[in-house]
Design a protein around this ligand. Sequence first.
Ligand code: SF4
Ligand code: SF4
Length: 107
Amino acid sequence: MLDPKTFICSRCGECCIKYIVKLSKADIEKIKKKGYSEEDFVDIDKNLPGPTKFVLRKRDDYSCVFLVKNKEGISSCKIYGSRPSVCIQYPFLKKNVETCKPVAFSN
Ligand code: SF4
Ligand code: SF4
C-alpha cells in the first residue's frame, strides 16, 4: 500500500498519459489565470460518469497537453502550481492505493 507521507513520484509521466483528468469549473478558471484559453486545454467527454464532463485535453499520443519531458526523460507539468485538483491528489484519489501506475485510460 502506498503511504501519502512517504510516497515519492519518480516523474515517469505515465499518469499524465493514461489517466483521464476530470476538470471542475474551478480547475478551468485556475488554469485560465495562467493565460490559457479553454480552447487550449478543455475537452468534453460525454461518456464520463457523474455530472462533470470536462476533461483535460490530450495530444495525439495521449499525453496531457501540459506534460513536458526533458532529455533525461524526466516529466514536468507546465502548469504545476495551477494543476487540477485531481492531479494534486493523485495517486491518492481512493483509499488503499497499491500503485501509482494507472490502468490504461482510467478515470
Ligand atoms: S505514474 Fe506514478 S511515478 Fe509516474 S509520474 Fe505518475 S505518480 Fe509519478
Ligand atoms: S495537468 Fe500536469 S499533472 Fe495534470 S495530467 Fe497534465 S501534465 Fe500531468
